[in-house]
Design a protein around this ligand. Sequence first.
Ligand code: NAD
Length: 566
Amino acid sequence: MPQLGLTMTEGIVSQWLKQEGDVVRKGDCVVEVETDKINNRIESPVDGILLKIVAQEGEVLPLLGILGYIGLRGEVVDGAGTAGAKAPTEKDTDILFVPVSENGSKKKIIVIGAGPGGYVTAIKAAQLGADTVIIESENVGGTCLNIGCIPTKALIHASSLYRSVLTEAKKVGVHISDISIDWKETQKYKNSVVNRLVDGVDRLLKANGVKKYKGRGVVVDPHTVAVNGERISADYIILATGSEAVHLNFPGADLPGVIDSTQALDLEDIPKSLVIIGGGVIGVEFASMFASVGTKCTIIEALPHILPPVDKEIVSLVQADLEKRGIDVAVNAKVISIEKKCGSLLIHTERQGQEYCVRGDTVIVAVGRRPNTYHMGLEEVGVKLEGGKVVTDDTFRTSVPSIFAVGDCNGKLMLAHAASAQGVAAVEYIMTGKGVYEAATVPSCIYLEPEAASVGLKEEDVVNKGIDYTVGKFALSGNGKSLIENGGVGMIKIIADTKYGEVLGVHMYGPRVTELIAACGLAIRLEATVDELITTVWAHPTIGESLGEAAADVFGNAVHWPPKKK
Ligand code: NAD
């Protein structure tokens, strides 16, 4: 009886969907179980034969009680087949909860890297009873706190405030004179936020009894890491070494003024004109941020669209708004070279067979990030890498059983919160035999004006997977709160499975939708249907009530939008 909810203690077997002797494939629904909250179909975790049904229909079974046995043809279920409704034995739970090493002492875990993957992993390991060590060569907090999410969002907050005061205030009758922005002070504000958070993480590690080593860790064997000439041994090693910016090698890439995203965060002055190579999340966020403080920005993207991982309908809204704000977006354009000419940088690109040139004081190269996995002894000890990414299974275990890898270094999804969630799951697997990482519920957020956020499948994904789906949309021009805040710019789009109405993906563009996306991740986690979104009462006036309207639009009957023509 699997755990189907956080508070679940038992379940009722409502119906067996397979019979003894049936072949079952991994993922086939085998039995239907009812809890005090939901009805759920339990999928087979493996391919095999349903050898024995133990818990009969109507029986109440405690958590971890035995429903039945799936095995290989010819295998015999011995005596245990009568285990029925009994509570899990000590032996069952022993298999699930093994917080100690083979010699009976506390399990020891070494975490390499103290970014959001590593420090969260280390704290969780300590909370679950492990003797935990963390190794970091720089400040704790990794890319996210020091040179990524936090400093960019601090600068974006300041630039957005400036833009609101400059361009929005007078629209609502607020007149302010002598508006200016002092980027050096903005930088100080950014640094103060970063320092405070870095300090906080250091304190949390200490408070949880995690031992910190400052230095570069190198794996010397499956249970040993060398740092600063010392060798530390552990039962498990968890790699959380993050990623670094990719640098291109075109002529002129090393000219002064050509910088990467890390250097862009520390610019002392606001550039007059900026060319950004790469229209991914980093490139587009920088363009939006500097455009808000008066920089003339151009984005150069090699693919036909900016923001490749985002739902295309949202991308076209974002791109149109960027262009309205004076940001030039050149897609299908590849940089060939950069030269210094007449006091600024001239960027030569090839765009659909033609030469396209653009000028800028500063060029930011934001063409992606690659895992930090080099010169760490990984391949030497047998850890399999593919294109620099550490290969792991679903539990984040690498090809060496005692070594796990979480976050950017495994290349699954380069997002801070994904790294933390993977780290928690990996540690739970190590310490309890069971960990949960629901990739489908990992949201992604882009901090623009307004914001973009999404979770779950995009329309392109459901088309490619051949899923029968329906889309519901609600334009924020029909939402009072959005009209007040930004003139009603934005949209909410829900993708639902046609048969059950299950929410498969939500894509949003609008004010503060990076906060609203949390509700959508939860909806996907709980397998909510559009009916459940419609019958949830959303507060008025909020942007969130548009989620209920977008859900109603799946059936073509949003209240605050004219009916669709039949
Ligand atoms: P990215 O991979 O998202 O985008 C890089 C872009 O550069 C791509 O669109 C690619 O086609 C383009 N490109 C590559 N070579 C080029 C060339 N020669 N000329 C023109 N264009 C070229 O990478 P990123 O934007 O650098 O971000 C790195 C990672 O950090 C991503 O995984 C991203 O999700 C993450 N990140 C997330 C956030 C957030 O969550 N808000 C913010 C920043 C970064």
